[in-house]
Design a binder for this molecule. Structure first.
Ligand code: SAM
Length: 292
């Protein structure tokens, strides 16, 4: 089979390729292939991939998105955990000289080392149809790896996109919203229904773009403490901040200290974490920081 003979845009085409190579979709690795060619092209367009870009694709699968990325002429590095697909990719990516396929687990990969080895130390544009079982840890890894990632364009579960784009006071607002916002500016690009994939996932999806800040938007004296505070505030969202923080072993703060900090910020004693914006969490973290 030559690459021109592959049709990765229909369930029957995917089934044929898998049959040919003796592989099958593996739920354990979140394998839902994007078969809608128009959406694949939209993702690549919105990512603005050009010939001078270094692109990192997480989970190329059978190579449908990889091909579209490579056609734009940049340098594409595709990291796939499923060893069975590496052989398939040799076929579906045949003739694409600007693609390197690596076998590995993104969560065990040092992105700075990858950028040094494959991108001359330049940051990657990450473009991916992410495996949904690890969406949050992968996004956190990408967002916190300063210097190795300049932009993320990723298909994720719609519900996770909603949490990332949420606002104070909404049910979906929480630790993930604040962590993502602290690291960058998220933008919803495309809403994607289940029939765009094979096999069909149970949930809707969305393509989100996040550009990490070069410098955080708000000045924080101790980032680690900010994240401890955020996690503690949302462990039990119905608790007031003073209750949540004074009972949390990670932050160990007295109610009096929390009351003082809230009062200095003009906030009521009974306020809950879900009511505070990122800027207010940053202010609270600076007030309560053990680093002072
Ligand atoms: N890019 C293909 C597409 O759009 O059709 C496949 C996307 S599929 C949702 C997710 C892909 O990520 C699968 O190929 C899966 O094997 C791979 N994957 C899962 N866990 C991974 C990990 N920890 N590191 C790298 N790749 C992973």
């Amino acid at each position: 089979m030559r690459y021109m003979d592959f049709n990765l845009y229909s369930p029957s085409g995917i089934a044929k390729v898998m049959d040919e190579y003796g592989v099958a979709p593996n739920k354990r690795f979140g394998q839902n292939f994007l078969i809608n060619e128009k959406i694949l092209e939209q993702i690549v367009d919105k990512a603005g991939v050009g010939q001078y870009d270094y692109v990192l694709e997480i989970g190329p699968g059978l190579g449908a998105l990889t091909r579209k990325l490579a056609e734009k002429g940049g340098t594409v590095l595709a990291l796939e955990i499923d060893r069975g697909f590496i052989e398939v990719l040799k076929g579906t990516l045949e003739g694409m000289e600007n693609v390197t396929v690596l076998h590995g687990d993104i969560l065990k990969t040092d992105l700075m080392a990858l950028s040094r080895e494959y991108a001359g130390g330049n940051p990657f544009k990450v473009v991916a149809n992410l495996p949904y079982y690890i969406t949050t840890p992968v996004l956190m890894q990408l967002l916190s790896s300063k210097g190795a990632v300049k932009e993320i364009t990723a298909m994720i579960q719609y519900e996770v996109a909603e949490r990332i784009l949420s606002e104070p006071g909404k049910k979906s607002y929480g630790a993930l919203t604040l962590a993502a916002r602290y690291r960058g500016r998220p933008k919803l690009l495309i809403e994607v229904p289940p029939p765009a994939f094979y096999p069909r996932p149970k949930v809707s999806s969305a393509v989100l773009q996040i550009k990490p800040w070069d410098i955080p938007e708000f000045e924080v004296q101790d980032e680690e403490f900010l994240f401890k505070l955020i996690r503690a505030s949302f462990k039990q969202r119905r608790k007031t901040l003073a209750n949540a923080l004074s009972h949390d072993p990670e932050v160990k703060l007295s109610r009096t200290r929390v009351f003082e900090a809230l009062s200095s910020m003009g906030k009521p004693q009974m306020v809950r974490g879900e009511a505070l914006s990122l800027q207010e969490f940053a202010e609270l973290a600076n007030c309560l920081c053990p680093c002072k």
